[in-house]
Every structure is written in C-alpha cells, then in structure tokens.
Design a protein around this ligand. Structure first.
Ligand code: SF4
Length: 334
C-alpha cells in the first residue's frame, strides 16, 4: 500500500490567551487523525471556530502541534533535516481566502510570481522568468498574460487575484495545496470557475488539495470523488468518501448542517424538515462541554452523551462517525 502524502497522527493544538495574570487555554484541535494520498482531495468542513484552519496551518507547517505528529511521506515534519524541511515547505503550499492580503501591493504580478521561481531555481534553461510566469498565468486562465504581468494587485478583480495566488502556488511545483476558504471572498458568479480551476489542477497536474470550507455545496463540488472530514469544536465527528457521507449523514451535527443548506426550489424547501437543535448557541471553545461536545445542542442526546467522549468508529460503507448512538440516529432527511 502506498504511503500517504500527509498524515496527522492524534494531533492536538492548544493556544494560550489572556494576559500574564489571567491566562486561559483554548484547545483548537483535539486528537485529530487523518491521511491524504497523493493526488487526492480532502474537504475539511465545519463552522467558524471548529479548528479547520488550525489543522490547515498544521498541515502547512505553520503551527507546530502541542501533541501528536504531522507526517509528510511518513516523516515527522518537525524532525526533518533543513534541506528536507525546505523541500516540504515548497511542496506544501497554503492559499488564503484573502487574495489581497496574500499579495504584496507594491509588487507587480510578474515580480510576485518570479520571486519563488528564482528563489528555488525553477526557471528552465533557455527560458526567461517572464516567459515562465506568463505560462503559469495561462494555466490559471489569465490570458493574454501580457495584460497581467505588469499590473499591481489592486488593478485586478478578486477572482483574478485569487487566480494569481493559485498561479504563485503552482510556480514551486507543489504536491499539496492547503486552500483555506479560497472562494469565500469572491463573487458567487466567479466561484464555480475557481473551483473548476482547482479541479483541473488536481486532475491534470496531480496536485492534492486540502480544501477548507464552511460551505458543504462547494465541498461536494470540488471533492466529489474525494474525502470529507466534518469538524465540530476541535474534534472530527464524521469522515469518509464525500458521496457516501453527504448522501447518508449519520452524525446529528452533519445532519443539522445539511438541513440548513438552502435549496432553490421553494416547494422542496417548504416540505423539508429542519433538524431541530436543542440550542443554536455554539459553546465556548475555551470551555467545551464534557462528553460529546455536541450534546447540549443534540436532539438525540442521552445520559451517556454528557459523560463519555465518543470516538470515531467505522461504519458500513466506509465512513467513520463519532457518536454513541450512531446505530440509532434516524436517517436524514427525516
Ligand atoms: Fe448526539 Fe450523543 Fe451522538 Fe453526541 S454522542 S451526537 S450527543 S447522540
């Protein structure tokens, strides 16, 4: 069996907050384990504060886990030699949601894209950096490249800037791109084109994607044949093949998320039942509930749920669910 490209082994991440006199801790990620194969797409889904961005930064080597390991091709990234770590940082790229903040406003597009090419010596003999940057702009459908090379970030639209950011990630020939809400700040009409671009980068160039989003629809679209992991308050509550998990969600939290997704047909929308949560308040991540963290909101909670932490367990069909009552939770839609 092939070694995963990236693995998280029992990763936890704790942040300190407050003043030196009143310190408190927030455990943003709690005992998360996952694998990503080369060329795969994983959608990491959940509401704000669920820990998905922290996981993305741990995968990209920007955060060092307080517990557990991040393995790249089987090696702990924090025990790599200097040269290995440099290769890892080149091969695992992070794309943020805010393309404006990601690009230096005082540099032209050519200057921004040629810097990593020159830094890593990736300009092939017989070509100029300008030609190579132009080729990358063509790959992300910014054509003709001459119209974009000498522009500054503020002269481009949000969608064009995000294409530039993806092109910059491509210049260093990445194996994996951690894309953190890459389409959330782009006009709705341009989102599909960016998702299609990422799908093409995956299919034609073999680039893996860890796609971080709160939007189940885009997760389904981009990671259609891949995997999905659903996070709640720092823990993974359901994971498996996207089609399987979204067609037959078993965890009540995922059922609630799906039941809240708007549908365009008003007749279908009116006939669909929402999963009635016991509370709409998200608990404080600094003081998460004991037992199953979802129990104060879960309509199916029983006594065991407030005292015992459920662990991810394999179900028939290939998904894994962290719920004490997973065999008895009614199928959704109810
Ligand atoms: Fe709900 Fe209990 Fe399952 Fe948690 S373990 S999701 S509280 S039924």
């Amino acid at each position: 069996m092939n070694q995963p490209l990236i693995s998280l082994r029992d990763v936890s991440m704790t942040f300190r907050k407050g003043s030196p006199w009143r310190r408190s801790e927030v455990r943003a990620v709690d005992h998360v384990t996952l694998d990503m194969d080369e060329g795969s797409i994983l959608a990491l889904v959940g509401e704000s504060g669920c820990g998905k961005t922290t996981i993305g930064k741990a995968i990209a080597g920007l955060y060092r886990p307080t517990q557990g390991q991040v393995l790249y091709r089987g090696k702990d990234i924090w025990k790599l030699s200097k040269a290995e770590f440099r290769t890892y940082r080149r091969e695992v790229q992070l794309v943020h949601q805010d393309s404006f903040a990601a690009l230096n406003p005082s540099l032209t597009i050519y200057q921004s894209l040629s810097a990593p090419l020159l830094q890593y010596g990736l300009v092939p003999a017989g070509k100029t950096a300008r030609t190579v940057v132009g080729e990358y702009l063509e790959m992300v459908e910014l054509t003709p490249p001459d119209q974009f090379l000498d522009k500054y970030p503020h002269q481009l639209s949000g969608g064009q800037r995000q294409r530039v950011v993806l092109a910059r990630a491509l210049t260093v020939r990445p194996k994996l791109i951690v894309a953190d809400e890459p389409v959330s700040m782009v006009d709705v009409s341009l989102r599909l084109a960016l998702l299609n671009l990422m799908a093409r980068m995956n299919k034609e160039m073999g680039v893996s994607f860890a796609y971080i989003t709160h939007d189940l629809a885009t997760a389904r679209y981009l990671a259609g044949q891949g995997q999905i992991s659903v996070m709640y308050l720092g823990e993974m509550v359901e994971t498996g093949p996207v089609g399987q998990v979204l067609a037959t969600p078993r965890h009540p939290y995922l059922q609630a998320l799906l039941s809240a997704v708007p549908v365009p047909d008003p007749i279908v929308a009116r006939s669909r039942k929402m999963l009635a949560l016991r509370s709409l308040e998200m608990p404080d991540p600094g003081a998460p509930p004991a037992g199953c963290r979802f129990h104060p909101r879960c309509p199916y909670a029983e006594a065991v749920c407030s005292s015992k932490v459920p662990t991810l367990e394999a179900m028939e069909g290939g998904d894994r669910v962290a719920c004490h009552l997973k065999e008895r939770i009614p199928a959704w839609p109810v």
